[in-house]
Design a protein around this ligand. Structure first.
Ligand SMILES: [Zn+2]
Length: 231
C-alpha cells in the first residue's frame, strides 16, 4: 500500500496561518553542529495572516512547514477512529492588519470566533523505516549532542520555478521517482493509518486508505504527496 505525506497545498483561497512561539524556555545550541534542542509546548498557538484574497478556513489549517496541523471538527471525526493520534488544544489569534478587514466572505473576526473548535493533530505512532531499501541518507550525525538528520530523495514534492517573462513564481508538483522514497514496515502504528517515522520527525504520513477516507469526506486544504510504500 502506498503512503503519503499530508501537506499544505498553499491554495490562496484558504486563510494562511503562522505558528507563534510556544516553545520551551530552555534552548541549547550545540556548538559542534548548530542543532537547537528545544521542544514545542502545548497548546499550539497560531495566527491567521492578512491576505488580499478573502478568508475561508479549510478543514486542515497549516501554521508551520507541514509539521503541525490543526483540524476542523469534520476532519477530526474522519480520523477519530485512529488510536495512535491525540487531539491538542489550539489558541488562535488574527494579526493586526486583518483584524478590521471585512470581505464578501468571512471576516477575520468571524474566523477567530469560528476557530474554538480547531484541534491540533498529535501523532503518537512511530513506524520503522527499511533504511536499506529507502532512498534516505544520513546527512548529519553529531557525536556531541546525538542529533541525526536525514535527507530523503525521489519523493513527490512541490517546487517553485521563477518565470522571468511573467515575473511570477510557478508552483509545480514533481512525481515520485519509480522505486524511490520511504519503505516503511507495516506494523501497529501503520495499521491505524496515520504515523510518523523517527528519521523524518516533521512529516505526518498516512496510508492510501486514510487518504481515500479524507477525500471521500470532501475535506479541504490538504494535499497528499506520495512518499513511499508499506512493506
Ligand atoms: Zn550537535
Amino acid at each position: 500500500m502506498r503512503i503519503f505525506r499530508l501537506s499544505d497545498p498553499r491554495n490562496p483561497d484558504y486563510t494562511r496561518a503562522i505558528r507563534l512561539g510556544s516553545w520551551s524556555a530552555e534552548s541549547v545550541v550545540c556548538q559542534a553542529c548548530g542543532a537547537i534542542t528545544q521542544t514545542r509546548v502545548p497548546p499550539l498557538q497560531i495566527e491567521y495572516v492578512a491576505e488580499r484574497r478573502a478568508s475561508i478556513r479549510g478543514d486542515f489549517v497549516w501554521p508551520g512547514f507541514d509539521d503541525d496541523v490543526a483540524l476542523s471538527p469534520s476532519a477530526q471525526s474522519v480520523l477519530d477512529g485512529c488510536s495512535v493520534i491525540g487531539w491538542g488544544r489550539v489558541e488562535v489569534s488574527v494579526d493586526r492588519k486583518s483584524r478590521g478587514r471585512s470581505s464578501r466572505r468571512a471576516s477575520a473576526g468571524d474566523l477567530l470566533k469560528d476557530s474554538s473548535d480547531l484541534r491540533e493533530l498529535i501523532v503518537l505512532g512511530r513506524a520503522t523505516v527499511d533504511i536499506g531499501r529507502s532512498s534516505i541518507r544520513l546527512s548529519l550525525a553529531c557525536n556531541q549532542c546525538g542529533a541525526r538528520r536525514y535527507d530523503l530523495e525521489g519523493v513527490e514534492r512541490f517546487t517553485v520555478d521563477w518565470d522571468p517573462r511573467t515575473r511570477t513564481a510557478l508552483r509545480k508538483r514533481l512525481s515520485r521517482a519509480t522505486g524511490q522514497g520511504l519503505f516503511v514496515y507495516a506494523s501497529e502504528p501503520t495499521q491505524f493509518g496515520v504515523f510518523r517515522v523517527q528519521e523524518l520527525p516533521a512529516c505526518i504520513l498516512c496510508t492510501e486508505s486514510v487518504r481515500s477516507s479524507i477525500e471521500t469526506a470532501g475535506l479541504t486544504n490538504v494535499a497528499f504527496l506520495e512518499y513511499g510504500e508499506l512493506v
